[in-house]
Design a binder for this molecule. Structure first.
Ligand code: GTP
Ligand code: MG
Ligand code: NA
Length: 344
């Protein structure tokens, strides 16, 4: 493989959509976790991040293409809330991703925050795929656990297939009303040109999940090589500022490019002044675990992008979520970096 392919970073994928369409549940299904059931009122109220290593994606997609060649080290997925009051978090999530999954409930079609999410994606020209979720709720759906979607669809009765096609057609029309062409991904030859792909999924029984994962990875590594070529210049965004028992105030960040080291001098935007501090601990959850969920953390001496990271350092109490984190390099003037940090 070529040099650039050897140094691709993991694509960052943001999952967006209307409240309760199944964004967190889809991630639970891939992770084998139960984050959604632990959420207050079943509502996501924070931005999350989960790292999926390539080997897990390979395992999960092997039925589709045993020799699928994965050139990226993994996939970093950013979970966002769908509730109407969290527009800022959807904007933050969509602002740092390479690609997005727009989740639509097949029984509801397009809803207000679907359209809001769509507009955020259009505004930034972000490529996305549509996960048409909850297909297991079609009346009479026969469960084919974790099966590729074409295989699962073949197992369904004529009635189920008819209902599926009727709802799909309605939803394609709703997208068209928003100026967006969509088509079932396995029929979409023009993918990435003008027509966005729809992948039917169930977060409960897992149909379509292999297709979703493979499409995200193959599409990004095929069409976004320049964008995904690893760069040593640190690009990092603060997702959340929070107090964690035993760790003091920490910040959850997404490292988009570059490497962070324990001991690095960093500058983040504060309420009044820039915060100049140094990294005391670099923590990540285990692979396939959610960053925003309290659990056991892995300690690192250094971490390479892309990753979701919890940073422990002094003086982070007044850090502002949504701003960039800067590393002061050996040749940098601290005052200049401070100025850059406060411009956010
Ligand atoms: P917010 O983050 O609060 O916007 O919601 P969400 O989009 O993350 O949806 P969530 O994962 O909280 O799921 C909402 C409800 O739908 C839960 O009760 C899930 O169990 C259910 N659900 C999600 N996906 C599916 C699915 O594919 N099939 C069925 N039958 N239920 C689903
Ligand atoms: Mg959620
Ligand atoms: Na929910």
């Amino acid at each position: 493989s070529s040099k650039s392919e050897d140094s691709l970073r993991s694509p960052i994928c943001c999952i967006m959509g209307h409240v309760d369409t199944g964004k967190t549940k889809l991630l639970d299904c891939i992770r084998g976790t139960n984050v959604q059931e632990g959420e207050a009122g079943g509502i996501t109220q924070q931005i999350g991040a989960t790292y999926f290593p390539a080997e897990n994606i390979r395992e999960r997609t092997k039925e589709l293409k045993a020799d699928a060649k994965l050139k990226v080290p993994g996939l970093l997925v950013i979970d966002t809330p769908g509730h109407e009051s969290f527009t800022n978090l959807r904007s933050r999530g969509s602002g740092l991703c390479d690609i997005a999954i727009l989740v639509v409930d097949i029984t509801h079609g397009l809803e207000p925050q679907t359209i809001e999410s769509l507009n955020l994606l259009k505004m930034r020209n972000t490529e996305f795929v549509v996960a048409l979720n909850k297909i297991d709720r079609l009346y009479g759906w026969k469960v084919c656990r974790n099966a590729p979607i074409v295989k699962a669809m073949k197992q369904q009765s004529k009635d189920v297939q008819f209902e599926f096609n009727t709802r799909l057609t309605q939803i394609v029309t709703q997208f068209k009303e928003q100026g967006i062409n969509t088509e079932l991904y396995y029929k979409n030859k023009e993918m990435g040109k003008d027509t966005f792909s729809i992948i039917p999924t169930s977060a409960i029984s897992g149909e379509g999940i292999p297709d979703l994962l493979l499409l995200l990875v193959q599409w990004t590594q095929k069409t976004m090589v320049d964008r995904l070529t690893y760069s040593s210049e640190v690009q990092c965004t603060v997702l959340e500022v929070k107090a964690i028992e035993g760790h003091g105030t920490t910040i959850d960040v997404v490292l988009i490019n570059g490497i962070l080291h324990e001991g690095d001098q960093i500058i983040v935007c504060g309420m009044q002044d820039p915060i100049v501090t140094s990294i005391r601990a670099l923590l990540t959850p285990h692979p396939m675990k959610e960053l925003r969920i309290k659990g056991s953390y892995l300690h690192h001496k250094e971490i390479k992008a892309a990753q979701g990271i919890k940073i422990n350092a002094q003086g982070l109490e007044h850090a502002i979520a949504g701003t960039s984190l800067y590393v002061v390099g050996p040749d940098d003037d601290v005052e200049n970096v401070k100025e850059a940090a406060m411009e956010d």
